[in-house]
Design a protein around this ligand. Structure first.
Ligand code: GLP
Length: 240
């Protein structure tokens, strides 16, 4: 794991966008694995600017998102579908047909998981962007998830629902389930870029750097992948 420590969130966002940008310039038809959460928002803003300035294009880029809440329509303000369109897709020259997110609302979630998984297995993601949950989750792979899992439906932990309630009117509104790429899908990417910012991520970053590889801490699976870049700001690095 290569660790890049930067001063603050702004620098993290720029550094991350630089890495994604370099890929899109060298490989205009790159396949990106994308993440939601507050952490990558600044990176997306930088990529939008680079696209506006014609430094790079998304015209031939394909994207696959990590996860989506179950039981929320795609049109819901807090769906990851809405998040990705508001933060990136609506502002760049990407083609909607090249955008892929798990479809996690409907009667046959097992079938929808299998379909998303099949789509993932038919491509090779060049760069997978990740945030990290306070409990070490990546995507929505909660502690205890087998590393061999592929796309599946997860029951969210109370910690994750608590962490994410800031986006909803109340805790009751936070979905209890999500569809997520499994760790196996994440590790299949050629390169992984994990971003962490802020003091509340410092314990997770400490565990990621110094802890053992264990299913109790999902992000530790990344230690077995040969091509991982972790960008952290000073606050996230404060326990190292
Ligand atoms: C959510 C997402 C994760 C994300 C995590 C951290 O649970 N499913 O993909 O990494 O939150 O979010 P934030 O960046 O807002 O701290």
């Amino acid at each position: 794991m290569q660790i890049i420590k930067v001063k603050n969130y702004e620098a993290l966002s720029q550094e991350a966008a630089k890495i994604v940008g370099k890929l899109l310039i060298s490989k205009p038809d790159a396949i990106l694995g994308l993440a939601t959460g507050s952490t990558p928002v600044g990176m997306y803003q930088n990529l939008v600017k680079m696209n506006e300035n014609h430094e790079l294009s998304f015209k031939a880029v394909k994207t696959y998102n990590l996860d989506e809440y179950c039981d929320l329509p795609r049109s819901h303000a807090q769906s990851y579908y809405t998040f990705m369109h508001e933060n990136l897709f609506n502002h760049v020259d990407i083609l909607e047909k090249n955008v892929h997110l798990p479809h996690a609302e409907g009667a046959d979630l097992a079938k929808q998981c299998a379909e998303y998984n099949k789509a993932l297995n038919n491509v090779k993601i060049d760069l997978q962007v990740l945030g990290i949950g306070g409990n070490g989750h990546i995507g929505f792979n909660e502690p205890g998830t087998p590393f061999s899992n592929e796309t599946f439906i997860v029951e969210l932990t109370e910690k994750t629902r608590e962490d994410n309630k800031r986006f909803f009117a109340s805790l009751e509104e936070v979905p209890h389930r999500a569809m997520t790429m499994g760790i196996k899908n994440i590790l299949a990417a050629k390169k992984i870029l994990l971003l962490a910012s802020g003091k509340n991520k410092a314990p997770a970053i400490k565990e990621l750097v110094f802890g053992n590889v264990s299913e109790k801490f999902p992000a530790s699976a990344l230690k077995d992948h040969g091509n991982v870049i972790v960008i952290i700001d000073e606050d996230a690095a404060s326990l190292l």
